[in-house]
Design a protein around this ligand. Structure first.
Ligand code: SAM
Length: 326
């Protein structure tokens, strides 16, 4: 199998995203001067400039150590991948313990755990490390080097997590609520909403305040939730938040530029009110041309101008980010 390495560890990366946010992440990475080489479901392969601010719409980022073509679908093909890895240049520092997580796309006779164990065994022997398998749900010991293998239409990518913890785990998010939003999805909603400096941005179902924490500074943000806002105040202490029903908000008519929200879907979180009732009140508080950006299963509400729709896959559900204008 021909093995080819990309230029230098640290500038060649692969990013993992929520399925459906690949293009949003691509735009964010390009804005930072990255060159994106391949986009496949949940993944982008890229070259980054020497200084890269942590992209907000990405779940996880790995230094690309080795890229090789897809080995094929059988266990024998997986053995060939292990042999190719055994002689490929790695150029990474030794680590006492390493763990590997893997994902595969398409039909194969081996599992992602088979891939992880095959790659882990070779890496451990080459780097003089102990391999901590994740088989049977085992958690790697703290301090283990985190390796990642993906096999999809763009080939095999093997990399090492350079940034810890994973990017989706935000340091500010210390309090949570049921149904709380995945921060990279919140960041994507912020980007798609088209928020500008000076805009008034409200989340009337703010929960733990994820959307408000991800909204850019320089905006006037406020959050409210019927079930209380202790978690939002902990996570986003600079953002005013208060307890209120989303169907009766204390904002003057036409005073808000953006309603940015993740209303309850009656799955994990009970909805007090219908989507139509919520939207009626949000239309009142928005200025003409103001935008409603929401995540959920609902069609765009009638009477609004649709700006864009972005279906995503999220923990086994398939909601849509919808942006519409009043
Ligand atoms: C999916 S959660 C929002 C999660 C939030 N985006 C976060 O990141 O934590 C939906 C929220 O809507 C709130 N909620 C339900 N009915 C409401 C109503 N009538 N008015 C205001 N909030 C409501 C729930 O208390 C819950 O916090």
């Amino acid at each position: 199998m021909p093995a080819h390495r990309r230029p230098a560890v640290g500038t060649s990366l692969f990013a993992r995203t929520v399925h459906g946010l690949e293009q949003v992440a691509e735009a964010e990475l390009r804005e930072q001067g990255c060159t994106v080489h391949a986009v496949t479901p949940r993944q982008l392969v890229l070259t980054a400039p020497a200084v890269l601010r942590p992209p907000r719409t990405v779940d996880d980022l790995f230094d690309l150590v080795l890229a090789v073509p897809d080995p094929g679908a059988t266990k024998a093909d997986l053995d060939a991948l292990a042999r190719a890895l055994a002689s490929a240049p790695l150029g990474v520092p030794p680590a006492p313990v390493l763990s590997v997580s893997a994902s595969t796309a398409g039909r194969r006779t081996y599992s992602h755990l088979d891939v992880a164990d095959a790659v882990g065994a070779v890496l451990a022997s080459r780097l003089g490390a102990v391999y901590a398998s994740r088989r049977d749900g085992a958690k790697p010991p703290p301090g283990a080097a985190d390796w990642r293998v993906t096999i999809d239409a763009s080939g095999v990518h093997i990399g090492l997590r350079g940034v810890r913890p994973p990017l989706h785990r935000r340091p500010w998010k210390v309090a949570s609520v049921p149904g709380t939003l995945h921060p990279p999805v919140a960041a994507a909603m912020v980007r798609l909403a088209g928020i500008r400096a000076g805009d008034v941005v409200v989340d009337p179902c703010c929960g733990a305040g994820t959307l408000l924490a991800e909204a850019p500074p320089g905006t006037f943000r406020a959050g409210s939730d019927r079930a209380g806002v202790a978690a939002a105040r902990t996570n986003a202490p600079d953002v005013p938040s208060f307890t209120a029903d989303a169907r009766a908000l204390p904002y003057p008519t036409g005073s808000v530029d953006h309603v940015l929200t993740n209303p309850p879907w009656d799955r994990q979180v009970t909805s007090h009110g219908t989507f139509a009732e919520f939207v009626g009140e949000w239309r009142r508080v928005l200025r003409p041309g103001g935008r409603l950006t929401y995540l959920g299963p609902w069609d765009p509400p009638p009477g609004w101008r649709l700006v864009s729709r972005h279906p995503i896959s999220l923990f086994g559900t398939r909601p849509v980010i919808t942006v519409c204008a009043r």
